[in-house]
Design a protein around this ligand. Structure first.
Ligand code: FE2
Ligand code: FE2
Length: 481
């Protein structure tokens, strides 16, 4: 099919006919050296010369889009890949419902569209920056390879957004593309745009929680942008979602394998009480209450990424046909939300209550609810792992009001069960809910690199199957001396 195969003859692999689009090709070639500089400065530290068994997209055909091979990361072929154009596609929601999808930027919505693209684009390099030190403490070559796969694909996602900026936004698009290489995660004077992307990812449990919770926010944002009436954005996001699935797989199985190892070690040693933290830690594994605290932290940070529950920006983006709902085309309603309401959690007279709001302004809340449902399913799969070992413990998502910096609950404190706390009580009990510095030190003490093929650190179980069906002792990374 036309547009399925990827042209590798240009410096920038693509399936969008870049060779014929000299202006954009030139612009992207001009941006490339700055990107490589950024990757060398801010990408995986210490492994730029290593050979990594990576997948590269060679097609956008869902049945076989990737090929695996050893690559040095700076030589990875970051390409620009859009899902094939759907013939006769229409704007699926908002004021322009039913009009032909736009192949050019709709002038009246230009600024809003550019902002949506820049915000999405900014998260991609941010996560690479947040994860750049993790290679040094990888619990196995398998995990190291997965980390680097996520990193190069986040790099490609940056390319995807930068392509849209260069192709459709002229000079201000070029300036935004340059800025994306200039901001730095956690920087005081030039931070990344969103809070969770300025937090540290200090250890591998954080990395797994991040890829489970924060990459899943990414999935929800991409799902709603994939509905966009601006067709190039929709096509770009649709292909990014195929890659995103692997990132969440890395997170879910990473946490799952950590839990598995903890429970197995407890069983082997006859430790039955999961709350006997000292005894469990003495086994060289991460106790389940600490895993719960990490979960609390990463889930609450990720909820903040959805923005305020009630938001006129979200309403405008929907009305304009730029950003839809999760699985918009499968929802049965008017797709304009003219009269609908949606229940929103709010503070009312000092209590948490559900209040009906116009559905149009409650779109962030709705997307966040869809996200919570998706997270809850994964947490249940983790609980199944615990259950099977016979250990008596259940993980759960904390209450929406817990540990929030954005939206309705930013000025209050609550326990993970949603019980309101005053500032003193919060300060006293905080370490029960999110990892303390002592918890962090303990986890850090386990983060010893294991680079022998087929071997795994004490705190994590091996995966059930290898990447690309490789055997257990496969050398996923050939580390350069
Ligand atoms: Fe991404
Ligand atoms: Fe991702």
């Amino acid at each position: 099919m036309l547009g399925m195969d990827v042209d590798y003859s240009t410096k920038i692999p693509n399936n969008i006919g870049l060779t014929e689009d000299r202006r954009v090709l030139k612009a992207l070639e001009g941006w490339h050296p700055g990107y490589i500089d950024w990757w060398m400065d801010m990408g995986p530290e210490g492994f730029q010369e290593s050979l990594v068994y990576l997948r590269t997209a060679v097609s956008v055909d869902p049945k076989g889009w990737a090929k695996f091979d050893y690559v040095k990361m700076p030589e990875y072929r970051w390409g620009i890949l859009l899902a094939p154009q759907v013939e006769g596609r229409k704007v699926p929601f908002g004021e322009h419902l039913g009009e032909p999808a736009w192949q050019e930027v709709p002038g009246e919505h230009r600024a809003m569209l550019r902002r949506l693209i820049v915000i999405q684009g900014d998260t991609e390099p941010a996560s690479v920056e947040q994860q750049r030190h993790l290679g040094a403490t990888a619990p196995s070559l398998y995990d190291m390879r997965n980390l680097f796969q996520v990193n190069v694909e986040e790099g490609r996602h940056l390319w995807a957004m930068v392509y849209l900026l260069h192709k459709y936004f002229g000079r201000d698009g070029r300036e935004e593309a340059d800025e994306l290489l200039r901001r730095r995660s956690g920087s005081q004077d030039h931070p990344r745009m969103l809070g969770a992307f300025n937090e540290a990812t200090p250890d591998w449990l954080s990395f797994f929680m991040f890829t489970f919770f924060t990459d899943r926010d990414g999935k929800m944002q991409l799902e709603s942008l994939a509905q966009s009436g601006f067709d190039p954005l929709s096509r770009t996001c649709r292909f990014m979602l195929t890659e995103e699935a692997h990132h969440m797989f890395v997170g879910e199985t990473g946490v799952g394998r950590t839990i598995q190892r903890t429970c197995e070690a407890m069983k082997e040693a006859g430790v039955n009480d999961p709350f006997d933290v000292e005894k469990v830690r003495a086994l060289g594994v991460i106790d389940l209450p600490t895993i719960q605290k990490k979960l609390n932290l990463h889930y609450s940070l990720s909820l903040d990424l959805f923005g305020s529950e009630v938001s006129t920006n979200a309403a405008n983006a929907f009305n304009s046909g730029l950003k839809g709902r999760f699985q918009e085309t499968k929802i049965e309603d008017d797709h304009q939300l003219k009269t609908a309401t949606y229940p929103v959690l709010k503070m009312v007279d000092g209590k948490i209550a559900r209040v009906d709001e116009p559905a149009l302004t409650a779109l962030n809340m709705r997307l966040r609810d869809d996200y919570t449902d998706d997270c809850a399913k994964g947490v249940e799969r983790w609980n199944k792992i615990i259950e099977k070992t016979g250990v008596q413990f259940r993980l759960k998502l904390p209450h929406t009001a817990f540990h929030r910096q954005i939206g309705e609950f930013k000025n209050i404190e609550a326990t993970p069960d949603g019980e309101l706390l005053d500032a003193d009580a919060w300060a006293k009990r905080r370490n029960e809910f999110i990892p303390s510095s002592a918890d962090g030190d303990f986890i850090a003490s386990l983060m010893k690199p294991v680079w022998e093929t087929g071997k795994f650190a004490s705190w994590i179980a091996p995966p059930k199957v290898g990447i690309d069906n490789k055997p257990g002792d496969f050398e996923y990374v050939k580390i350069a001396a």
